[in-house]
Design a protein around this ligand. Structure first.
Ligand code: GLU
Length: 316
């Protein structure tokens, strides 16, 4: 992934799609933490500042990691923090048939193939592209005798995928060099995030994806899938992610503390500061509704720090 070169081609700019439809798509594998609040706040403000709609989708397909208790808790927290979403919350766990259709469409086009490799075998045989392992294509031309299929992968090509991230700038990635053929259906049978996110962004008519820059590296894969499935590519803006003292992204794995619901307004105030919005100190103890009344008209995307990751001293 490189965000520095080359000049943009003529047709590079993505036409403005109206009306604006943004979304927040948490995976309910734990409580909301400050990092997820930053993503929710950035996407909400970007949408509401443009009088757009803002949808919530629960990416709860992986039932081993996600639960309805966490989903409910996330929605409760969002509500307590004054977020107002449009329409029903879409639940990926209820949409397996839709993902199967997309999977079949790709399979019928001859784009998919079964793969017998385990994670360990891939790790042993792979070279690394950036932070990602590159799949070496072991099963591309068929599975070796005596092996059984585990997952399904999609063939990628040598095309350079470019997009203009509204925060991170011009980005390009050649999937064959930095990712390789990637997984569409996992060994545990679940459809992969890359497929479901693309199907649902299209289904929900999302025009703008605003999310953490930990997902910047997934975007080229998603654009590739959108092209294969004839979906429109939304605009993308990748916010800085919040990192802890060790430089690790706040997440359930890095034991990020849950948001303090009792003092949601302060958490929101800090999220606005993190996003470079400079709320007046007089709003420090204001209720969430007052904070939103200030933040929505005052939102300035260009003030969001451009770094992919930023440290914050304390989130409690
Ligand atoms: N469900 C993903 C996560 O919680 C976010 C997906 C997305 O915004 O594209 O990290």
């Amino acid at each position: 992934m490189d965000s520095s070169i080359p000049p943009e081609p003529q047709n590079f700019a993505i036409p403005i799609q109206k009306p604006y439809r943004g979304r927040f798509a948490p995976s309910p594998s734990g409580a909301l933490h400050f990092g997820s609040l930053v993503a929710a706040t950035g996407s909400y403000l970007e949408a509401r500042h443009q009088q757009g709609r803002w949808l919530v989708r629960m990416e709860d397909l992986d039932t081993a990691r996600c639960s309805s208790l966490h989903s409910d808790d996330i929605l409760f927290t969002l509500d307590a923090l004054g977020f107002q979403w449009d329409g029903e919350v879409l639940k990926q766990s209820e949409r397996k048939d839709i993902y199967r259709e997309a999977f079949e469409a790709l399979r019928l086009k001859g784009q998919l193939y079964p793969c017998a490799c385990s994670r360990k075998e891939i790790a042993d045989s792979t070279h690394f592209g950036g932070a990602e392992q590159i799949y070496p294509g072991t099963c591309r031309n068929g599975i070796k005798k005596g092996r059984s299929p585990r997952s399904h992968r999609i063939r990628v090509n040598d095309a350079l995928i470019r997009f203009n991230d509204l925060l991170q700038g011009s980005v390009h990635q050649q999937l064959s060099h930095s990712v390789g053929d990637f997984v569409i259906q996992r060994a545990d049978g679940f459809y992969a995030y890359q497929l479901t996110v693309v199907v649902d962004d299209a289904f929900q008519g999302i025009t703008d994806v605003v999310r953490g820059s930990d997902l910047l590296d997934s975007t080229a894969r998603q654009i590739y899938l959108q092209k294969q499935l004839h979906f429109v590519t939304p605009r993308y803006a990748h916010l800085p992610v919040v990192v802890n003292h060790q430089g690790e992204k706040l997440s359930k794995q890095t034991l990020a503390p849950a948001l303090n619901k009792k003092n949601g307004a302060l958490e929101l105030f800090k999220a606005l500061q993190f996003l470079g919005q400079n709320p007046p100190q007089s709003l420090m103890n204001a209720p969430v509704s007052t904070l939103w009344d200030w933040a929505i008209p005052h939102w300035e995307r260009h003030k969001v720090p451009k770094q992919p990751a930023l440290f914050i001293e304390s989130t409690n």
